[in-house]
Design a protein around this ligand. Structure first.
Ligand SMILES: Nc1ncnc2c1ncn2[C@@H]1O[C@H](COP(=O)(O)OP(=O)(O)OP(=O)(O)O)[C@@H](O)[C@H]1O
Length: 241
């Protein structure tokens, strides 16, 4: 079932066209990742989807009754504020303790509700943001470079958690990532964006697309290509690249 589609979505800031004729769609339960260089319009696309950025033309179609959870690229909060995780999760709306505990558990942070925000590691704070997005049990989860600032193993852990969230909630996930190798392992589909869509498809398709290799250079593209998407239903095997 289709959860979301954009139809010829374009966004300009003054005379600067940032997104041009973007047509994407996401089906229930899919993990779709947007990759692209800095300034290629990835955050703008997510902001247009949640309604925080008005398109210059085109539209976003969201199937009715979708609950959207959004993890922003960064959240500026004063770390010296004496605020517990529970208090943070209850902003701006009061939440039931059981719902907060369930979201923390889904985000891999069971038992940390009473901990002050200021004592959390970067990876734990990102998971608090994820828990915040999960409280309403979203059917569509949007993540904008949610692992920024985490080291390789921290971000790998985070994406494993995302896969568990998909299994538990059955939600569709649209995320922006710079981590090409992780994209390869986690995503069902990859959309390569540079103002307009350069190429898209299964990771195995995108990794050999000339547009992708042109955009990321051979070194990064090769690194991406050296990871193989593994369908748990089939035996793992080495694939010639
Ligand atoms: N509110 C705004 N007003 C003017 N220009 C903007 C605004 N928001 C974004 N832009 C511009 O739009 C372009 C795309 O920005 P966007 O943040 O969507 O890119 P991105 O692909 O997410 O980049 P990054 O990978 O660096 O996060 C940039 O040139 C940015 O300066």
């Amino acid at each position: 079932m289709r959860v979301l589609a954009t139809k010829n979505l374009s966004v300009s800031f003054g005379g600067n066209q940032v997104l041009k004729d973007i047509n994407i769609h996401i089906e229930q339960g899919e993990i779709v990742t947007i990759i692209g260089p800095n300034g290629s319009g990835k955050s703008t696309l997510l902001r247009a989807i949640i309604g925080a950025q008005v398109p210059t033309s085109g539209k976003v179609e969201i199937t009715s009754k979708q609950i959207i959870g959004y993890v922003p690229q960064r959240l500026n909060i004063d770390e010296t504020l004496p605020m517990t995780v529970y208090r943070f999760l209850s902003l701006p709306r009061r939440q039931q303790p059981g719902d907060m505990d369930a979201a923390l558990q889904q985000a891999g942070l069971s038992g940390l509700g009473k901990q002050p925000l200021s004592t959390l590691s970067g990876g734990q704070f990102q998971r608090v943001l994820l828990a915040r997005a999960l409280i309403e049990k979203p059917s569509l989860l949007l993540l904008d470079e949610a692992t920024q600032g985490l080291d390789h193993s921290g971000s790998a852990d985070f994406y494993r958690q995302i896969e568990r969230v998909r299994q538990e909630l059955g939600c569709a996930i649209l995320m922006v990532s710079h981590e090409l190798h992780t994209v390869m392992r986690t995503s069902d589909r990859v959309i390569c964006l540079n103002g307009s869509i350069c190429c898209e498809g299964a990771p195995e398709v995108v990794k050999v697309a000339p547009e992708y290799r042109l955009l990321f250079g051979l070194d990064d593209a090769e690194m991406f290509a050296s990871y193989h998407h593994h369908d748990p239903a089939t035996p793992r095997h080495e694939e010639a690249i």
